[in-house]
Design a protein around this ligand. Structure first.
Ligand code: ADP
Ligand code: MG
Length: 258
């Protein structure tokens, strides 16, 4: 039996990849036939729904490329749990003016206080604004660059990191970086300096980076460039991860790298 025009419209929409329209077109045809909706009203509703779905999928594709360890936003963040965080400053950062000015953000605090969450949330805003964003754990970035160097592909890999509109360098300070690693981080930070924005999360104050990067000269060269145009947020408070444990176990119960 030959397909009816109704069925053919649905098939065409499916073949065109317009799944949301295909799903509701039958219902809309009935609504239009009965006079409950005009044709333009139905078309507008269907195309709006399809457009929203396309935009949402596109956003998720870009979010996946950004390599976040988890996807959370500022709406998921309980500011009342962590009163040391200047809420107004963080909300202002979500407006991304600093990104357009090629400035940086450094989040300092002990484990579990929300550094990575805020970095990711700002990263998600950047992705929403179509800024090329990438999240990298500091150790992973260092080993990635070392591996590229061994293969003679350092320049190519360096260019990948250097060209990102936003690089999130997570967990600086959890593990020490050797001389070669520190030089690679310095090269990258220099190339991004005043050209692209970086968010750094660290569990040690910037003054203690000399120990992280082996020698004080490289450490201060890295810190100088990152902190020149920079918003520093220091978070002092309890770990959100251990918030439900009794205080005597909660404090310091999960020290170290998390
Ligand atoms: P760190 O400071 O070690 O990077 P995270 O930001 O990863 O810690 O936070 C640890 C976990 O607790 C994450 O799942 C994060 O989403 C959650 N978290 C931390 N602080 C808050 C908060 N104030 N409100 C809601 N969730 C939080
Ligand atoms: Mg973290």
């Amino acid at each position: 039996m030959e397909a009816t025009p109704h069925q053919r419209v649905r098939n065409n929409l499916e073949e065109l990849g317009l799944d949301r329209m295909a799903a509701t077109v039958g219902e809309h045809m009935s609504l239009v036939a009965s006079g409950a909706k005009t044709f333009p009203e139905s078309m507008l509703e269907m195309t709006d729904a399809q457009l929203a779905a396309v935009r949402e999928r596109d956003l998720w594709r870009r979010v996946e490329k950004a390599n976040f360890p988890y996807v959370k936003t500022l709406a998921d963040f309980d500011f009342s749990f962590q009163p040391s965080i200047p809420r107004g400053v963080v909300e202002d950062l979500a407006g991304l003016g600093w990104l357009d000015r090629r400035e940086n953000v450094v989040l300092v605090g002990s484990p579990g206080v929300g550094k990575t969450h805020i970095a990711v949330a700002l990263g998600v805003e950047a992705v929403r604004a179509r800024k090329l964003t990438y999240f990298a754990d500091c150790q992973r970035l260092v080993s990635d660059l070392k591996r590229a160097s061994e293969k003679g592909a350092l320049e190519r890999r360096m260019r990948f990191y250097a060209h990102l509109s936003l690089l999130i360098l997570d967990e600086v300070g959890y593990l020490e970086v050797d001389k070669e690693g520190a030089d690679l981080v310095f090269q990258l930070v220099s190339r991004r300096y005043e050209r692209r924005s970086t968010i750094v999360t660290t569990n040690v104050g910037i003054g203690a980076w000399a120990k992280v990067f082996g020698d004080p000269v490289t450490a201060s060269a890295i810190a100088d460039r990152l902190c020149h145009h920079c918003t520093v947020i220091r978070i002092t408070g309890r770990s959100y991860r251990t918030k439900d444990l009794p205080p005597e176990r909660g404090e310091g119960a999960l020290e170290g790298r998390q």
